[in-house]
Design a binder for this molecule. Structure first.
Ligand SMILES: Nc1ncnc2c1ncn2[C@@H]1O[C@H](COP(=O)(O)OP(=O)(O)OP(=O)(O)O)[C@@H](O)[C@H]1O
Ligand SMILES: O=C(O)c1ccc[n+]([C@@H]2O[C@H](COP(=O)([O-])O)[C@@H](O)[C@H]2O)c1
Length: 402
């Protein structure tokens, strides 16, 4: 097993870290890469108002997830569990003890590589791990890196690799913190990391969460979900806006409903139930068992309470999973956009896509019928609101009682 260890203060993690990690994973042929945020960096003082180590781990988790390689890339909080300075020699020793047969590689940019001999116990680090470095600025000299590699080989018997990144993202966390304080720098961050910073008011940012521009609202929403769901949420947003334009609904409301509709999707049952208690949501018997039915309700509550959406957006999110009788235009739009946005792929989706632009009620009806059929096939109970939505739409579309 080849394991890459990428340590850093990650205050905050940025696209430079991610580009280097992605390339090193390939170039070294790593099986696994683990980011290790330092609790107390041994070589520098953190600015006084820095986020806690736990916040830096949480941001790193979002950044790592954005690589969409969950089986290979992870984040370790191993340095948070140790008291005192976060010496890399101790970290490498712990990884070695955990799996003595693993081939360890420590990843680092130019600045760290050039000072490795001054770290705590460099002989332990170089005995237990290969050292892989990469230039982090165009101006970094590859000859200088090669000279240092030779020096480390001769002095410590180190195994080294000097990589030339195809894409160098010239930014440091220090620069980024200054940019963020001026309202800039978002493009150097994974959107979910930016959202985390906004939600937690880090780095001197104090946004009014109830009046966020679309980009910031998106970032907040993405920071609450897994990266693999972002494409779906973006697809739902765009589909909802297109449908709103087609059917004369408020496009901006459709957009915000799409952006936030799944914001609580990844909360566990206990957290969902806590939110339901907090917001006074009364659950029926089925809902108390089925976590999948709760995120629409808790998502609506968070969207209104935290992000200040209007009542019509609240209800569109609230009903987007089950549907219901007497749906409003915005409720129908979010329901069907979620069902057939461009990333969805199931038999019949093309028909649904066409129908949604020809006859919205027929499309929502078809969506309800497909859901009911799917639940029947999987021998799962159907929520009564979906049955009511179907009956209401049958009557609406045919003029006859079902
Ligand atoms: N833009 C970048 N490209 C490649 N590697 C980078 C880049 N920025 C930092 N690194 C490397 O990532 C590791 C962790 O760096 P760190 O978390 O300190 O980020 P930083 O941007 O260097 O922050 P700071 O400005 O606070 O020093 C180090 O090995 C560093 O050399
Ligand atoms: O162990 C040491 O003495 C030591 C000295 C300097 C840096 N490091 C580690 O190098 C990594 C990169 O540091 P930084 O500040 O660039 O994020 C991080 O994991 C630090 O803990 C470690």
């Amino acid at each position: 097993m080849k394991l890459g260890i990428y340590g850093g203060t990650f205050n905050p993690p940025h696209l430079g870290h991610l580009a280097a990690a992605r390339f090193a994973l390939e170039a070294l042929g790593l099986d696994q890469l683990v980011f290790v945020p330092a609790a107390t960096p041994p070589h520098k003082n953190l600015p006084t108002d820095s986020p806690s180590p736990q916040d830096r781990v949480a941001m790193m988790e979002l950044a790592a997830d954005s690589l969409l390689l969950p089986k290979q890339v992870s984040v370790s909080d191993i340095e948070l569990a140790r008291a005192g300075k976060s010496y890399t020699a101790d970290t490498v020793t712990q990884f070695h003890q955990k799996d003595p047969r693993a081939e360890l590689w420590l990843l680092m940019g130019t600045d760290m590589f050039l000072t490795l001999q001054n770290w705590w116990e460099p002989e332990v680090i170089t005995r237990l791990a290969g050292i892989c470095t990469f230039a982090r600025a165009q101006s970094d000299s590859v000859e200088q890196l090669e000279r240092q590699a030779n020096y480390l080989e001769q002095t410590f018997g180190a195994r080294t690799r000097v990589l030339q990144l195809p894409e160098i993202v010239e930014v440091s966390s220090t620069q980024l913190r200054a940019m963020l304080a001026r309202g800039e720098g978002q493009d150097y961050l994974a959107p979910a990391v930016y959202g985390y910073i906004l939600r937690h008011g880090l780095y001197g940012l104090h946004p009014d969460l109830k009046h966020l521009p679309d980009r910031e609202l998106r970032a907040c929403s993405y920071s609450m979900i897994r990266a693999k769901r972002i494409a779906h949420v973006r697809g739902t947003e765009e589909e909802a806006v297109r449908l709103a334009a087609r059917w004369g609904a408020d496009q901006e409301k459709a957009r915000r409903a799409g952006i936030l509709h799944d914001c609580t999707k990844y909360l566990e049952m206990e957290e969902q139930l806590q939110l339901c208690r907090k917001y006074g949501i009364v659950l029926d018997d089925l809902e108390q068992q089925a976590v999948k039915l709760l995120h629409s309700k808790t998502g609506a509550c968070v969207a209104r309470d935290v992000y200040g959406v209007s009542d019509d957006i609240y209800w569109a999110i609230f009903w987007h999973t089950t549907g219901k009788a007497d749906m409003t235009l915005l409720e129908k739009i979010l329901y069907i956009a979620d069902y057939m946005e461009p990333n969805r792929d199931f038999p019949g989706v093309e028909r649904l896509r066409k129908l949604a632009y020809e006859d919205l009620d027929q499309a929502v009806l078809a969506g309800c019928e497909m859901s009911i059929q799917e639940m029947a096939d999987r021998k799962l109970p159907v929520h009564s609101n979906t049955l009511r939505a179907r009956d209401w739409l049958r009557k609406e579309t045919t003029g006859k009682e079902p």
